[in-house]
Design a protein around this ligand. Sequence first.
Ligand SMILES: [Fe+2]
Length: 158
Amino acid sequence: MKALDYNGLDANASKNVVNSLQQLLADFQVFYTNLRGFHWHVKGKNFFVLHAQFENLYNNAAEKVDEIAERILMLDGVPANNFSEYLKIAKVKETGYVTDGDAGLAHVLDTYKHFIASERNVLKLSDEAGDESTVAMMSDYIKEQEKMVWMLVAYNSK
Ligand SMILES: [Fe+2]
C-alpha cells in the first residue's frame, strides 16, 4: 500500500519533491548539531542571551527535522536517519569549536540565507507537483526565517 494511491499526487513529480526534502533534512540535521555546539561553547558578556537564543534555534530546527522527515514519509519516501548519509548531501557545513557568539550568529544568518533559497526551490517543485501541503509548509518556513533574518540583522546593527 502506498500513500500516493490515496492522496492523488503524481509519483514522478513527488519524487522530485522528496529529493529536495531529503536535502533540506540533511541540512537541518547539520544545522541542529552546529547550534547545539554554539549553545554549549559560547562565551563572553552576551552568554546568557546567546546561550538561550541558540537553544530556541536548535529546538526550532529539531521540530523542522521531524516535520520534514514525516512529510517525506507522507510522499512515500524514506527519510535518511544517519549522519553519514546527511554529510554526503548536506550543503550546510559542520562548524568546529565556536566560542564567539558573533561567529555563531554569522553562521546562523548564512544558513538561513541558504535555507530560504532551498525552501523556495522545494516550494517551486511542490507547486509543479500540485502538492499544496508541501507548498504551505515551505511558505511557513520562509516566512518564519525571513522574520529571524530581520531580527538577527537588527541584533547585529547599531
Ligand atoms: Fe542546554
